[in-house]
Ligand binder design. Structure first.
Ligand SMILES: Nc1nc2c(c(=O)[nH]1)N[C@H]1C(S)=C(S)[C@@H](COP(=O)(O)OP(=O)(O)OC[C@H]3O[C@@H](n4cnc5c(=O)[nH]c(N)nc54)[C@H](O)[C@@H]3O)O[C@H]1N2
Ligand SMILES: Nc1nc2c(c(=O)[nH]1)N[C@H]1C(S)=C(S)[C@@H](COP(=O)(O)OP(=O)(O)OC[C@H]3O[C@@H](n4cnc5c(=O)[nH]c(N)nc54)[C@H](O)[C@@H]3O)O[C@H]1N2
Ligand code: SF4
Ligand SMILES: [Mo]
Length: 751
């Protein structure tokens, strides 16, 4: 944008959104010349109202990080060397064409990592990119994170991407399981200043109850915290549902005519009495009954489960029981309960309940026969696909913003598998534990050089909000959409020099045509050239964004609704525009084939047999179980190269209860060896009675002392990689999600 380029020598403030986590905090970036001198929370942002966390204030450090790649790297004579963009694309074209002459398309795996959801270009180009690859071997952070929720959303109300959001600002009773938003700032719910929103609850008589095997940053602020044995939430949630039936507390309310399967659910939880699950979960029966009554008795309550409830053996069943609790207590789609978002860049098509429903298992993975869910295979199955010979064996990979060697389970096995690939292309900003194995690395520009709109997260937001920000700096290399366009053209067999502008135009035209042809679209039947002319002059990503904004439920409909939202209108509001809290969207939003809520879909009922089998044979409660944890100064696997965030005492320690430590002969600060079925590592012990006895905790994303990485600060603060211990043979069968919490481990002292 011209503004950024003409004012580079001046002092100025740019308003943007922090792209580092789901909270989407507004930031005010103070710039002198071409340097960021300070990042503050933007007090005028109506959604975040000035809140930021320590990570947000390091956006300048990330931008100026000398280790952040600015030029492509190509492997020559075994070394990753700087190359021009032309050389890099020529290499990719030559290597991939050679590869496809010998191998099936399925032998190429695509991996999409967490940061892609924060960039407009990746968000908008990922679909054509995946289609151009023509491979079912698609993996993403979703199956090490939230796939259980996609599946439950898809089966219960017909849309895998409509998430149930706790209405934080209006709820009277929030029952939270497996989430620690005071450290994580929230997940699958976008609410900047989550801590402040929780703090505001007591003033309106609201209560927060946290269920967690660790009394962490959020639990200490709760009105009540209960320890739970890792991986057992499903039993406890089922006991709550059981109690609702037993004590006649079911009260669905307004949506009752649209809810199917209530009697089936009653039967499914019949044997899950609070007494029966007490010893499995570690929560006594009377407390469980009281929790069910408190939830049912609140004016507007919400049950919210995340990471710790989803990345476990029964993750889908937990997400399912959570949704059932919200629906049976009449709290689904009720203000103060659990609602769904109305993003400004989307239409609202809630006229008639009913749609196509949600299907999985349209194709299966080669080695383990895992069904696809939401178009993806389980991350935990990738190493099998890479190591098992045969037609379709994965022999090449493209990773985009993904660090599987630190983020996926049984990471040492994946490390070896990546080292052995025939061809590996990374689109990434660092040479890290995974990308060090690449043959080519293409670095997208710094986030500060991009046009910005948090398209994905506005879809999970507790308010309808929108903010568009132009780039702060000119970019050093190639715009990300051009990187994708070139890769798409290469994957389509059109070569390294094909014209990217034609591809960008094709993608925009297709999006316009879809809307013109769709009878339910607000611009159906309008003149194509008129619409395209009104988008002229914008970048390819801005065109797609403007199209969505202008045809969204608040849009200006390209002139038909004067004063409505458009990109131009957003540009007049650099702090963003707020269009209010969540609103009731059901039953019109139901997209199941029946047009009803399917409380007992056959797929989930079948999966319930696994839960019942475990109820019969719960196994030993003496086994030590490993869980993860997050810290507000860290972000998954890639922000340890920021000196201000990693300084001080190492936070990568094995937390455990002092009684467990003394029983095992371990001391606070002493080294321990931790072993699981798949791996072992050495790490310092930190004792704390915030831990439930029998449970140990290690953060993930560390382990930076490996050969070949180019992240100097991170390498000096390495920590240990917890996914050496997580087991790729354990998955939540229904969704394919990895099990990252509740891993059986042995711990012993090392001298
Ligand atoms: N600072 C920081 N913020 C982040 C991230 C980060 O790495 N650092 N990552 C971002 C990402 S990608 C995500 S997905 C979100 C995740 O955000 P959250 O969903 O809030 O996840 P965590 O912070 O990992 O908290 C999970 C909690 O579950 C508990 N737990 C573990 N096992 C169980 C169990 O079996 N049952 C129950 N009830 N609890 C359990 C843990 O003790 C922990 O307190 O955070 C995002 N924000
Ligand atoms: N044991 C355990 N494992 C976990 C978790 C856990 O709680 N416990 N959490 C899981 C969760 S929730 C998630 S989401 C995953 C995350 O795992 P991944 O999807 O692997 O994401 P990150 O670890 O954030 O790594 C991000 C990668 O993108 C690169 N990168 C950063 N910014 C950009 C950018 O702007 N563009 C591009 N192209 N690249 C960029 C970084 O260099 C790095 O390589 O980890 C999962 N793994
Ligand atoms: S909570 Fe921190 S990392 Fe997340 S968006 Fe806000 S400032 Fe950025
Ligand atoms: Mo995540």
């Amino acid at each position: 944008m011209p503004r950024a380029m003409t004012q580079t020598e001046e002092t100025r403030t740019a308003y943007r959104t922090c792209p580092l986590c789901e909270a989407t905090c507004g930031v005010a970036i103070e710039i002198e010349g071409d340097r960021v001198v300070r990042v503050r929370g933007d007090k005028e942002d109506p959604f975040s109202r000035g809140f930021i966390c320590p990570k947000g204030s390091t956006l300048g450090d990330l931008h100026h990080d000398p280790d952040r790649l600015r030029t492509p790297l190509v492997r020559r004579n075994g070394q990753l060397e700087e190359a021009t963009w032309e050389e890099a694309f020529a290499e990719i074209d030559q290597r991939l064409s050679g590869f496809f002459e010998e191998h099936d398309r399925q032998s190429l795996a695509l991996l999409l990592g967490n940061p892609i959801v924060h960039h407009l270009s990746t968000g908008l180009y990922v679909r054509p990119f995946v289609l151009s690859a023509g491979s079912f071997n698609l993996y993403s952070a979703s199956t090490v994170d939230q796939m259980p929720q996609h599946l439950v959303s898809g089966l219960l109300w017909g849309d895998p991407n409509t998430f149930p959001l706790p209405d934080l600002d209006r709820t009277d009773h929030l029952l939270m399981l497996g989430a620690n938003p005071v450290a994580s700032n929230g997940s699958l719910v976008t609410a900047p200043d989550f801590p402040g929103r929780l703090k505001a609850m007591p003033a309106r008589g609201g209560r927060l109850v946290v269920i967690d095997p660790r009394k962490g940053e959020t639990a200490i602020r709760a009105d009540e915290h209960l320890f739970i044995r890792p991986g057992t939430d499903v039993f406890w949630l089922a006991a709550l549902v059981h109690t609702l039936f037993e004590e006649d507390l079911v009260s669905i309310g307004r949506l009752e005519p649209w809810v199917d399967g209530v009697e089936e659910v009653r039967a499914l939880v019949a044997s899950f009495t609070p007494e029966r699950v007490a010893s499995i979960c570690g929560i006594d029966a009377e407390t469980t009954r009281r929790q069910a009554r408190d939830l049912a008795g609140s004016a507007a309550g919400a049950v919210y489960g995340r990471m710790g409830a989803h990345t476990v053996e029964f993750g889908t069943a937990s997400a399912w029981m959570t949704a059932i609790l919200n629906i049976l207590t009449g709290n689904f789609d009720r203000a103060g309960g659990t609602m769904t978002s109305s993003p400004i860049a989307s239409r609202i098509d809630d006229r008639e309940p009913g749609g196509r429903g949600f299907k999985t298992n349209r194709w299966k993975s080669r080695v383990k026969g895992y069904p696809e869910v939401n178009g993806e295979f389980p991350a935990a199955g990738l190493a099998d696909e890479m190591e098992t010979p045969g037609k379709g064996q994965v022999r090449a990979a493209i990773t985009v913003a993904s660090n599987p060697v630190r983020s996926y389970p049984n990471s040492e096995r994946l490390d070896r598998a990546f080292a052995g690939l025939d061809f590996y292309l990374a689109v990434d900003i660092y040479v890290n534990e995974t990308t060090r194995h690449a043959d080519v690395i293409l670095p997208p520009p710094s986030g500060l050089s991009e046009e910005q709109y948090e398209l994905t997260f506005m879809g999970n937001a507790v308010r309808s909000f929108g903010k568009f920000s132009p780039p702060v700096f000119p970019h050093e290399g190639m715009p990300e959409e051009d990187i994708f366009a070139r890769l798409i053209l290469i994957l389509r067999g059109q070569g390294a020099d094909a014209d990217v502008e034609t591809l960008h135009d094709e993608i925009v035209s297709e999006a316009v045509d879809r809307l013109l042809k769709d009878p339910s679209s607000p611009i159906a039947g309008r003149d194509r050239d008129e619409i395209l002319a009104k988008l002229e002059g914008l970048s390819p990503v801005a065109k797609q964004l403007d199209l969505r904004l202008r045809t969204g439920w608040q849009g200006d409909l390209f002139g038909d609704k004067p004063g409505g939202v458009s990109l131009a209108k957003l540009a007049e509001h650099p702090h963003g525009i707020d269009l209010g809290p969540m609103v009731e969207r059901f039953p019109g939003r139901l997209k199941t084939a029946s047009g009803h809520f399917e409380l007992a879909p056959p797929q989930l009922v079948e999966d319930w047999e696994r839960v019942c089998a475990r109820l019969e044979e719960p196994g030993s409660s003496d086994q030590l179980l490993l869980i993860g944890r997050r810290h507000v100064r860290s972000n998954n696997s890639w922000m340890h190269n920021v000196a201000t965030l990693v300084k001080g005492r190492s936070r990568c320690t094995l937390l455990m209860h002092p009684d467990d430590a003394s029983r095992l002969g371990l001391e606070d600060g002493g080294d321990s060896e931790v072993r699981s079925r798949v791996g072992k590592l050495r790490v310092a012990v930190e004792t704390s009675d915030s831990m439930m006895p029998g449970v140990v905790s290690l953060p993930h994303g560390w382990g930076h002392d490996v050969d070949g990485i180019r992240m100097d600060v991170a390498a000096a603060h390495p920590g240990v990689p917890s996914n050496v211990l997580t087991d790729d043979a354990l998955i939540d069968v229904a969704s394919g999600n990895a099990v990252l919490n509740g891993i059986p481990v042995e711990v012993s002292p090392v001298d």
